[in-house]
Design a protein around this ligand. Structure first.
Ligand code: SAM
Ligand code: SF4
Length: 328
């Protein structure tokens, strides 16, 4: 192994989020309210050999966790093959996926067999009609069945992701808390983020992470100490010990100080920040195994230039139209 990947601000990177596709079948109101629209003239998604070389390069730096995301990663036809290839790269210990739960009930066992060890499933409401209004799909029960199937299939780490929004689903906080407590699950409340496509939605529905934390604390949830290298979520334990809730609050002070992740888009661009200006193309160096050393040098040099923090507070969302374009 060579020196770990670090930037100029003392942060170390052992976690990569890889988007498999920009395409999504849902129409979440904060992300793709009008559904996915194909753009003409874009290059194809990374191929399986390109992905193998990419992950091999990151693993050479000691990176051990990869999350497959999108768009909706389960729509990528080669998902099982990609998962196997990534899981087989020496050094990769955790292969996670973030999904909207589409067809999860039928595919959970296949995912486990391909080496997926952790799943985050997005569930923004526990009321079927509201879930349908937020996502454009009346599939809450299917998604919940998928979570049960994933547990049954032996996927050890399963988390629910919920974007909590003022006037849309913030009245469900206690219901979510009871849901995870009863089932001993982990949930992440995500503060809605402003992107280039959603400023009006953001202005109307943004709910600060601090307010979510206050409500949890009032209900007796206990803040847990931050584990070293754990990333930017702040975790809480339920009063009775069963169930965990994390809060991802990108607008909170010092959020970026614990950043431990890098992102690569479906077409092979390295994004040093979710809200950076543009991705940097790694694809030319993914074309054959002989380029490995040049790829390592390029990645190490780029990571050193990572900015200390995003500029969301100034209303600057970088070049990100919506999170489906990079992989949230
Ligand atoms: N389609 C998959 C899903 O929804 O789980 C994976 C991709 S999605 C971009 C990843 C996560 O980003 C989801 O949990 C989603 O709720 C979250 N997300 C998308 N847009 C967001 C925004 N503007 N603010 C906060 N979270 C967002
Ligand atoms: Fe699709 Fe995920 Fe965006 Fe919803 S949040 S529209 S499921 S990419």
């Amino acid at each position: 192994m060579i020196e770990p990947l670090t930037d100029g601000h003392g942060r170390r990177f052992e976690y990569l989020r890889l988007s498999l596709t920009d395409v999504c079948n849902f129409r979440c109101s904060y992300c793709l309210p009008d559904g996915y629209r194909k753009q003409a003239g874009l290059p194809a998604n990374l191929t399986v050999p390109e992905i193998r070389r990419l992950i091999g390069a990151f693993a050479s730096f000691g990176l051990w966790k990869v999350r497959l995301t999108g768009g909706e990663p389960s729509l990528r036809r080669e998902l099982p093959e990609i998962a196997r290839v990534v899981a087989d790269v020496p050094g990769i210990r955790t292969l996670a996926m973030t999904t909207n739960g589409y067809r999860l009930a039928e595919r959970a066992a296949e995912y486990a067999a391909c080496g997926i060890t952790a799943l985050n499933v997005s569930v923004d409401s526990l009321e079927p009609a509201r879930f349908a209004a937020i996502t454009g799909h009346d599939r809450l029960h299917e998604v919940l069945d998928g979570i049960a199937a994933a547990r049954e299939a032996g996927i050890g780490q399963i988390k629910l992701n919920s974007v909590l929004m003022r006037g849309i689903n913030d009245d469900e906080l206690e219901r979510f808390a009871a849901f995870v407590t009863e089932r001993d699950l982990t949930l992440r409340f995500i503060e809605v983020m402003r992107t280039n496509d959603n400023p009006a939605f953001f202005a109307r529905h943004h709910l600060a992470g601090a307010q979510i934390a206050e409500r949890l604390e009032q209900a007796g949830w206990q803040r847990l100490p931050c584990a070293a290298g754990a990333g930017p979520a702040v975790d809480y334990a339920a009063p009775g010990g069963r169930g965990r809730i994390g809060i991802i609050a990108p607008y909170s002070r010092d959020f970026c100080a614990s950043c431990n992740r890098l992102r690569v888009s479906a077409r092979g661009k390295l994004h040093l920040c979710l809200f950076g200006d543009a991705g940097i193309d790694l694809r030319p160096l993914l074309q054959d195994d002989d380029q490995h050393a040049a790829l390592l040098a390029r990645i190490a040099a780029l990571v050193r230039t990572k900015a200390p923090a995003h500029r969301l507070h100034e209303g600057h969302s970088g070049g990100t139209p919506h999170l489906a374009s990079i992989g949230g």
